[in-house]
Design a protein. Structure first.
Lengths: 411, 411
């Protein structure tokens, strides 16, 4: 049933009340304001800039770079690992020395996948979940083509993702590495890491998690759930900017055994001695390659610190659950009756912070929404993603977006 | 002979006169001013920030990222290749569609070396000049270890670098790739690309040039000299900032044959269709991997545009020659008599824009210079590099630095 005026008013009033008591509401002022009339439900694709970032980067440019000049490398040198530690402690449940900020998610995935494959000689199969982000699949296919490996899929349910049984069904003694998305980029399905990691370890393989759609939105406990390797980006829920450097995680116990494929001077021990032969650094630093992007890493630090101030996952996750539950309720009420299908898990503990709706005219509806100022994401073949970054999204945003979508889609 | 007051005064007066007629002098005001008392001869390690960069990045953060939000990807998507084209046309003698800005030099070197090796199956030797930058050697050693190749050296003279005869002496039918530095990071020796490229091509190998220490300082003609592949960084003479994204060049005629090793979504055709299998983009874009760092690429664009405004290599190179010749003259007069050795080529057409001096106490002298506000670079085992970025360095800087070095080193 399409929303009538009374129904809409009642929902908007409830949304307003939820916003008024939202403990995160004050953080919205820390971001560059949205343009008038824009509702932004795409923070899971590109997060929003912190208001203080221009001034902060300006000061770094003028003082650290322009004033300190080459001398600033004395404190920049370890910045990637320092910010990695902050990120790891705040949002990933990692221990010190397990996370660094570097390169892009794609390059980090390549580095860790190559290292893992090298650490499991004789195992010639790599597993990936069938609904993983394209770049993950591309990276593994590229490695497989070059190195004579085979990529096999863990069957992923369109809406619900994969569970431990699905992973187990694909595991055998040929599998050396399993690469999985913690939260699916299309469905928002969230995997249950601990039992999946146990199953993978029982078969002797290593696991590499892609955290792009979970970090900063849902709890991640890399240590407690026994993860081996992980990568993720910082330009979604971490708000570090378009193409900001990504991060990688290597469990402490594995670091000495894993050889990075790209041997760069920032991964070398005694790098400024510039010796003739490469000796990798002792810890996570060996997974650095080239010169780290300082301004980008500082933007990551700002994003991480803001989320830390907001309470980290324990501050953010309850709101992610509440926003997506609210969105689900409204979708069921106003969208499902007019031809939409909810394509995200209904159980909050299996969901990330976005909600996906399937509709035959999804691509067109997404464009019409954008013209109306409601920015969402289209994902092939027929899905609209409503991203609900907990730090910036209001309940009113969700209600207005779904009301607008119902208006646009009415048959 | 140590500089007496009269000699010093005469030289400083000549330097002042040269600065007064320097056609590039106005460009110094375009940079964030140096701290009081600092002489900066390390722009070949980290260039200086443009004064307008804070405001420019601030505007991009607020308007394009904060205001345009995800919609800005419509024009950011091809930014890396657009800026690559500007860089290529202005400073590299490249044709449109041959250069892109991405990743770090290390990662780009890895991508191109792996692609080149893949294009020369059966050839199991990679050559590198023996005085190349450590990361270049590390990258090739890493590839060799993993892929059962052998890295051999082109014998590079300590001061003069390598010539075509040295390269020819190392070439045989086993060599698939030759990786060379255009300007040596220690000696400043500059290679003569055209005959070297011809020799390499005669033997059936591909050549990959590292341009880190030449781009923005000396002329580079990738098309005219017949280069196959090149990489370089933007944080030295291009002034794009610490860890700013690097660039890569692939000659148009080779692009379709070369397969990048890291298959990422930004290198895929129809990337936003997110198809199940990777199909590389048609042109240089296939050598992109992950999401490009937009703020970094815009900083590269500013650096390139400033050098373009200053006349590109025809504006910059004559001053590089004059500065290094002046430095050489003063070194011969005041430093050689007290125990220094000039460790850079004396012929200007074989030299980059820095000058290297060898001294038994080089490490300590470099530190003493820094304490006196003269920032240079120490390079193992016993060399001091005086970087003379033509856009920002004055003749007075060079004279004062060498006078100070003479004072500090007097036996």
């Amino acid at each position: 049933m399409a929303p009538d005026d009374t129904g809409a008013a009642e929902v908007l009033s409830r949304a307003g009340a939820a916003d008024a008591t939202d403990p995160l509401s004050a953080y919205r002022d820390r971001f560059v304001p949205l343009p008038d009339g824009v509702i932004y439900l795409d923070g899971n694709s590109l997060g929003r800039p912190l208001r203080r970032l221009p001034e902060l980067l300006g000061r770094v440019i003028e003082e650290e770079w322009g004033g300190g000049l080459i001398r600033s490398w004395d404190h920049w040198e370890l910045l990637a690992s320092e910010v990695g530690d902050e990120l790891g402690a705040t949002l990933l449940g990692a221990r010190p020395g397990e996370v660094t900020v570097s390169d892009s998610t794609t390059v980090n995935l390549y580095k860790l996948a190559m290292a893992a494959i090298g650490a499991r000689p004789g195992r010639d199969v790599v597993l990936i979940d069938s609904d993983s982000f394209p770049t993950d699949r591309y990276v593994l296919d590229g490695i497989a083509e070059r190195h004579g490996l085979q990529v096999r899929e863990v069957a992923s349910h369109l809406d619900e993702g994969f569970d431990v049984e699905a992973v187990e069904a694909s595991l055998d003694e040929r599998v050396g590495l399993v690469c999985l998305s913690h939260v699916g980029y299309r469905s928002a399905a969230r995997a249950d890491m601990a039992p999946i990691n146990r199953a993978i370890h029982s078969s002797g393989a290593l696991v590499l998690w892609d955290l792009c759609h979970s970090v900063g939105a849902v709890p991640v406990d890399l240590t407690g759930t026994g993860c081996d390797l992980a990568v993720g980006c910082t330009y979604k829920y971490l708000n570090a900017g378009p193409g900001a450097p990504a991060f990688l995680y290597v469990r402490r116990e594995h670091q000495a055994q894993l050889r990075p494929p790209i041997w760069g001077w920032f991964g070398a021990a005694d790098q400024f001695e510039m010796g003739a032969s490469y000796e990798p650094r002792a810890g996570i630093g060996r997974f650095q390659a080239g010169t780290p992007p300082i301004l980008g890493i500082l933007s990551v630090r700002e994003g991480v610190r803001l989320l830390a101030e907001a309470g980290g996952p324990s501050g953010l996750y309850p709101k992610a659950v509440a926003l997506t539950a609210f969105g689900l309720e409204l979708a069921d009420r106003w969208l499902v009756p007019i031809g939409f299908r909810v394509a995200s898990p209904r159980r909050p503990d299996r969901r990330g912070a976005h909600l996906t709706l399937e509709h035959a005219r999804a691509r067109q509806l997404c464009q019409l929404l954008a013209r109306a100022g409601v920015l969402t994401d289209f994902r092939t073949p027929d899905r609209i993603r409503l991203g609900m970054a907990p730090i910036t999204t209001t309940f009113t945003d969700v209600a207005r977006a779904i009301l607008r979508l119902a208006e646009l889609a009415v048959p």
